[in-house]
Ligand binder design. Structure first.
Ligand code: SF4
Ligand code: SF4
Length: 248
């Protein structure tokens, strides 16, 4: 069996055993200038990303309008953020080990998207991680980047958390970037309590700042932390009709 097929079979087996909902391979070449600008030397030199997604539990997301109730916020923070990020990080660590044992380079990128200064691979200036997991998932063919800057999957909307392993292993790419399907919808733009989104469609040639004010979102999370002891919002994720239909 050719190396790439044998390796992909092992990766898929590992993903199944870890309860991974989405696993695919993205060709990073169309986005290399953006990736270099975002992560510099840390992420340069990898032609592919293995994109990994875990679906969030719908009942936990559906409770978000009541997030001022601390029990709701604790559940969301625990089961839609901390635990899923942990599961993703454990999986990407194992996956990078597997790829490395086969003789290829593999860099696991931490799952958390918003850096907090103490994060090993953070870039505080941009309030973002060094690599966009959502961009990798988009390039792997899992969904489109919505007006909320979230990756919207046709199956579960944005109710999926993503991670990535960058690699030079000879894997076959699994899909093409999906066409945007937000259309006239603006639900995420309108529900944001601090109007962080400008309502613009994703354009790979534009910086994220043209569509999204990350500082507003971060300040709101700080405000929530002061108020209820936890930095929880996620209303843009909750409201997307593509994700809500999966819970009906
Ligand atoms: S998480 Fe909340 S504050 Fe941040 S962009 Fe989404 S809706 Fe706005
Ligand atoms: S809420 Fe509407 S505009 Fe926002 S990402 Fe979902 S489909 Fe697109």
């Amino acid at each position: 069996m050719p190396t790439n097929l044998k390796l992909w079979k092992e990766i898929s087996k590992l993903a199944d055993s870890a309860g991974i909902d989405f696993i695919g391979v993205a060709d990073l070449s169309p986005a290399l200038p953006f990736i270099r600008e975002m992560g510099g030397d840390v992420v340069d030199g990898f032609p592919l990303a293995v994109s990994i997604g875990i679906r969030l539990p719908d009942p936990v997301v559906d409770m978000l309008p009541k997030r001022f109730d601390r029990a709701v916020a604790v559940n969301y923070r625990n089961h839609a953020y901390v635990t899923i990020n942990y599961r993703l990080d454990v999986f990407t660590s194992r996956l990078a080990g597997l790829i490395q044992r086969e003789g290829f380079r593999a860099l696991p990128i931490p799952a958390a998207e918003r850096s907090s200064g103490d994060y090993a691979l953070s870039n505080d200036r941009k309030i973002s991680a060094v690599f966009s997991h959502k961009l990798a998932a988009h390039l792997a063919g899992f969904g489109w980047i919505g007006k909320s800057c979230l990756l919207v999957t046709p199956q579960y909307g944005p109710r999926v958390r993503w991670s990535s392993v960058l690699t030079d292993a000879p894997l076959k790419t699994t899909g093409k970037p999906m066409k945007r399907k937000c259309g006239k919808c603006r639900e995420c733009v309108d529900i944001c309590p601090v109007k962080a989104f400008k309502g613009r469609e994703f354009d790979p040639k534009e910086s994220r700042e043209m569509r999204y004010d990350a500082k507003r979102c971060q300040d709101y999370h700080h405000k929530m932390e002061t108020k209820i002891g936890l930095p929880v919002c996620g209303m843009c994720l909750y409201v997307c009709p593509t994700g809500r239909k999966s819970t009906i």
